[in-house]
Design a protein around this ligand. Structure first.
Ligand code: AMP
Ligand code: MG
Length: 292
């Protein structure tokens, strides 16, 4: 079954409608066959390379892709496989880790700003300022310093204000030429268990394991509830969220690539037309080289 408008709408979080993650499948096999997903991915890779070239050559707009998901959801693998084929000169990937002291001394959006893609580029955030409404909401003790100096968990309004600030920030980006598209890799708890075990059983994957992964896993249901609220509050017409079923890596990667390709297509970029001067310069240069 080819991917089209119906699948797009099924993956998207409709602005203003409450998202229920438990009602969204973590298996993506009703979107794509897992046996042929790698083939689909190759096709989308080719389309993405062409779309990126068009983005670069028109030079007037940028695309910001935000990838979120729990540990082992497949963010790194998706970046590696989806961006293969895209010119490294046309894209920039930023991975956001725990903020430094300097970053914490600023407002929560500050550190993202210098990593935003300039016109013509695809910028990809591996985690983002969404951590500032997710991980620190699940663990309010990590929210240091708090604006009012309090060590108590902040009231709900504190988080709602951050959602409003994110929506305003993304609206600002959209109005200034940067299309924002956000992907949540939706994993089941059982598949995370399998992937963590695989990390422990495979020596070459040991570097990926962090004991913190199990700590975060113990807050699984808190994360689901917080993501549900955040995605509902911040899926907008100008910066929509997509919930990507992540239990099948190959299907997930193909779907991520597809959503990115369609997002660039939806920007309706018009290939630059040549000025008469440039057209005659090309003709002259061609004749000169042929005459050599
Ligand atoms: P990884 O993606 O496995 O390299 O882990 C990065 C870690 O940094 C995760 O535990 C994130 O939750 C954490 N992190 C990223 N951004 C923030 C943030 N703004 N505030 C707190 N923790 C963060
Ligand atoms: Mg990790």
């Amino acid at each position: 079954m080819p991917l089209g408008h119906t699948q797009w709408e099924e993956l998207r979080v409709a602005p203003g409608e409450p998202l229920h993650l438990s009602a969204r499948a973590t298996s993506g096999t009703r979107f794509l066959d897992d046996k042929t997903a790698d083939q689909d991915l190759l096709g989308f890779n080719t389309e993405l390379a062409a779309a990126q070239e068009l983005l670069y050559s028109t030079g007037s707009r940028a695309l910001l892709v935000i990838l979120q998901g729990l540990d082992t959801a497949g963010k790194d693998g998706a970046i590696k496989h989806v961006m293969s084929g895209v010119s490294p000169q046309g894209c920039m990937v930023t991975s956001f880790k725990e903020p430094s002291r300097e970053e914490l001394a600023h407002d929560f959006l500050w550190r993202s700003v210098t990593h935003l893609p300039p016109s013509g580029y695809i910028g990809l955030f591996n985690r983002s300022y969404y951590e500032d409404v997710v991980v620190v909401r699940v663990h309010p003790d990590r929210l240091i310093p708090q604006p009012n100096g309090s060590r108590e968990p902040p009231p709900a309004s504190f988080w709602h204000h951050r959602h409003d600030d994110i929506n305003a920030f993304e609206h600002h980006l959209d109005r200034n030429g940067t299309q924002v598209v956000k992907l949540f890799l939706h994993l089941s708890k059982e598949e995370q268990r399998r992937r963590l075990l695989d990390r422990l059983d495979t020596p070459t994957k040991h570097w990926k394991f962090s004991p913190a992964d199990l700590v975060e896993r113990s807050s699984w249901s808190d994360y689901q509830a917080v993501y549900e609220e955040v995605l509902t509050a911040t899926s907008t017409t100008w910066a929509p969220w997509f919930v990507i079923p992540a239990d099948d890596k190959h299907v997930a990667r193909a779907l991520v690539a597809w959503v990115i390709v369609r997002s660039i297509e939806a920007m309706d970029l018009v290939p630059q037309t040549l000025s008469p001067e440039k057209e005659s310069a090309i003709k002259a240069a061609r004749e000169q080289l042929l005459a050599e």
